[in-house]
Ligand binder design. Structure first.
Ligand SMILES: Cc1ncc(C[n+]2csc(CCOP(=O)(O)OP(=O)(O)O)c2C)c(N)n1
Ligand SMILES: [Mg+2]
Length: 430
């Protein structure tokens, strides 16, 4: 049932919680959000989640495939009968999002090197895993991201200027500079603020999904984690709880082979991360994370199972972190460049472009136009965000209690008397 109808029928039964009634989240978000500066025309891709609106038929839940699920070959071909046959506009939406986040990533890393933002966690190489998985959600579903899923917020309508406001931590940042960069939060897009504590995304996602079920919301939660997070307590508690109570969620692990400087071989003695799902008694699947079609397909099926009351699925997306853990890291100190080169050949964007070209949906002229349009969007967003001043000093004491207490006021006055205003402006501690 299309989301709009679903919300109506729930309302008729007298149990239409607020969240379930939201169907066009990104569109609403655009209306509600206060862009901090002049925002270029919204990326076509950010208008909505067309995948959700035009959902392709859901595969019947069945036994999970063994081995690695891969649909797209390096040359852009798909084995006969295995193409999910997504509509052209959906395919182009996915491609545009992948290209956009790649360019955004490149530029943000440059800004960090120039001292214009303090920190950045790049996703180069993991574009298909994020874009393909989040595209499988309906607009009313929720995302609990880890460090490398900022593209999910943008796909769900977070304007680029707002994302950069967050990276700068300026006065227009929703968290007023109190969070580390890359910890976007975007309530209108049902994108939960990222928790830095590794693995907690799992328990948060599982708990939120349980809460949604108890409230009668028709919501599925997609929670992300990295390979390193599978060693954290929260992963195990969350997986167990999810499976026992059939929490309507999908637990999506981006196995990018590294947890800062710890390789997967030192992270887990299991043959695969996916099989950890079996131990907890939930369906599991291992997918080629650089294959956007495969990622989309397996996530869509997992979301369908969760929505039908069949509980959680654990997905391991096999991919690779091609750059450092963050802008503060130098990966050449602990890994072989040959490994990086080998993964460059499995580039998810190139592979998908080859597929689109084969299908007659893409060509060089379109590529040039898209690159130019994205460069313009990102440039305009940077310019707009950089016009915003820092958060007011008074924000140090707001949002702590419902009302600012006299003690906090006193403390602020003391700090300002001692230090003056904006003494650390422009000095990034990271
Ligand atoms: C509980 C906890 N321990 C340690 C850290 C420090 N830390 C931040 S990111 C990270 C590695 C995460 O690796 P992974 O889960 O594979 O995600 P990736 O960074 O590769 O996306 C660590 C150890 C943390 N944030 N939280
Ligand atoms: Mg990792």
């Amino acid at each position: 049932m299309p989301p709009a109808k679903m919300a109506k029928s729930k309302a008729a039964k007298g149990k239409a919680p607020k969240a379930a009634a939201r169907t066009k989240v990104p569109a609403k978000a655009a209306g509600k959000a206060k862009p901090a500066g002049k925002q270029p025309s919204r990326p076509a891709a950010a208008r909505a989640t067309p995948v959700a609106e035009r959902h392709v038929p859901v595969a019947a839940p069945g036994p999970m495939p063994g081995g690695l699920v891969r649909l797209l070959e390096d040359d852009g071909t798909v084995a006969k009968g295995r193409d999910p046959n997504l509509p052209a506009d959906v395919l182009l939406f996915l491609y545009e999002q992948m290209v956009q986040v790649r360019e955004f990533d490149r530029r943000m890393l440059m800004l960090q090197r120039q001292g214009r933002i303090g920190f950045y966690g790049p996703i180069l190489g993991q574009e298909a895993a994020t874009v393909g998985s989040v595209a499988a959600l309906e607009a009313r579903d929720w995302v609990f991201p880890a460090l490398r899923e900022g593209a999910a917020a943008m796909m769900r309508g977070l304007p680029l200027t707002e994302a950069i406001n967050q990276l700068i931590g300026n006065g227009q940042d929703r968290c007023k500079g109190r969070q580390m960069p890359c910890h976007y939060t975007f309530k209108e897009g049902n994108y939960y603020g990222m928790s830095s504590v590794i693995g907690t995304q799992v328990s948060h996602a599982v708990g939120a999904a349980m809460a949604a079920r108890l409230r009668g919301d028709d919501v599925v939660v997609l929670g992300y984690l990295g390979d390193g997070a599978t060693s954290a307590n929260d992963f195990h508690c969350g997986m167990n709880f999810a499976a026992v109570f059939k929490s309507p969620c999908v637990i999506f692990c981006q196995n990018n082979q590294w947890a800062i400087s710890v390789p997967i071989s030192k992270q887990s003695a299991s043959e695969t991360l996916a099989q950890k799902g079996k131990a907890y008694g939930m369906p599991f699947v291992r997918v080629d994370g650089n294959d956007v079609l495969a990622v989309y397909s397996v996530t869509r099926d997992a979301v369908a199972r969760a929505r039908q009351g069949q509980g959680p699925t654990f997905i391991e997306a096999v991919t690779y972190r091609r750059l450092g853990h963050s802008s503060s890291d130098d990966p050449t100190r602990y890994r072989d460049e040959a490994e990086v080169k080998a993964w460059e050949k499995k580039d998810p964007v190139d592979r998908f472009r080859a597929y689109l070209t084969r299908r007659g949906l893409w060509n060089e002229a379109k590529e040039t136009a898209l690159q130019a349009s994205i460069a313009q969007r990102v440039n305009a967003a940077i310019a707009a965000a950089e016009q915003n001043g820092p958060p007011a000093d008074e924000t140090l004491i707001t949002d702590v209690y419902a009302q600012v207490t006299p003690q906090l006021r006193e403390q602020l006055a003391e700090v300002l008397a001692l230090e003056g205003r904006r003494v650390n402006e422009g000095a990034f501690p990271l």
